[in-house]
Ligand binder design. Structure first.
Ligand SMILES: Nc1ncnc2c1ncn2[C@@H]1O[C@H](COP(=O)(O)OP(=O)(O)O)[C@@H](O)[C@H]1O
Ligand SMILES: [Mg+2]
Length: 280
């Protein structure tokens, strides 16, 4: 177990933010992952978290829920000083947070219905009819009504993503973590997931951290973007500044992604747009 040391006190203003990471330091053996990493996620916003593979995006989500503990620093999640908590006292906070994991993390031996009902049962829901109704509504909200009795193995990748999205939101969490919600999906399915995320934000006003490499997702749903680089958050700002005012490392990362993941026509249009705006 790591020793907990409160590094720097977070100001009282911190409690108005949904998540505050303050001066985190984290080493995994020889790997020095974070050094003075700070980031604030404001209430009601969707923060896109970008950065190369291995920069610690998924680890940061885990830290917010005390599934991993940094060596130094402070973390406040929904006003709770998580490093001052114990495993037991974290349970109520974790119930207020929905997580869509990178690898679906569905239970293969359970039906879609039971997968989605899982968080409700953990919360102590007993009324079978209420559970069935909530599951049905949630499946409808991810545009997959009526698939309750299917098994995960019968579903395509895009459907599994949406089932895991349904499970993350079924108990109406205040805070949502999406880890690669569109990774590996074809453009049509990715767009479907984007629009579901957008709708959840518009209808429920939840706060979200969205880890993604997909700039289309960032453009359509993120209010702000933060980039992990060189052991810390190197830049945070609105998506519109990601390709203009942001430091070169951010712009390069973003355009690199365009080349890697976008169709050539769109890349050309974007590059032309940028040249035009520079007046050359
Ligand atoms: N529990 C752990 N123990 C040791 N190393 C870990 C652990 N979790 C993650 N790592 C390492 O930390 C680095 C960052 O991981 P991760 O947050 O998954 O990166 P990404 O930004 O791609 O999501 C990786 O090199 C990973 O191998
Ligand atoms: Mg990851």
């Amino acid at each position: 177990m790591r020793r907990l040391i409160a590094w720097a006190p977070v100001s009282s203003e911190a409690t108005t933010d949904a998540v505050v990471f303050d001066q985190l330091n984290l080493k995994f053996g020889p790997l020095h992952l974070y050094e003075g990493l700070s980031l604030r996620v404001h209430r009601g916003e969707t923060l896109g978290l970008i950065g190369r593979s291995g920069t610690g995006k998924s680890v940061l989500l885990k830290c917010a829920l005390r599934l991993l503990v940094p060596d130094f620093g402070a973390i406040h999640t929904l006003g709770v000083d998580v490093l001052a908590e114990t495993e037991r006292s974290m349970v109520p906070l974790r119930k207020r947070v929905g997580i869509m994991f990178q690898n679906y993390a569905l239970f293969d031996s359970l039906t879609v219905k039971e997968n989605i009902a899982w968080p409700l049962r953990i919360e102590g829901w007993k009324d079978e009819q209420a559970i069935a109704e909530r599951v049905a509504e949630t499946l409808e909200s991810v545009n997959m009504p009526g698939i309750e009795e299917k098994m995960p193995a019968e579903l395509s990748g895009g459907m599994k993503k949406r089932v895991s999205l349904a499970r993350a939101v079924v108990d109406e969490p205040e805070l949502l973590f999406y880890d690669g919600p569109t990774t590996g999906l074809d453009p049509a399915n990715a767009k479907r997931v984007d629009s579901i995320i957008e709708r959840l934000k518009a209808e429920r006003g939840v706060t979200a951290i969205l880890v993604t490499h997909d700039m289309r997702t960032i453009d359509s749903v993120a209010d702000r973007v933060a980039m992990l680089h060189d052991r810390r958050v190197i830049w945070a700002g609105p998506p519109t500044e990601m390709r203009t005012q942001a430091p070169k490392v951010v712009r390069d990362f973003v355009t690199g992604n365009f080349r890697g993941e976008y169709d050539p026509a769109r890349v050309r249009a974007m590059l032309q747009g940028r040249r035009a705006s520079r007046g050359s």
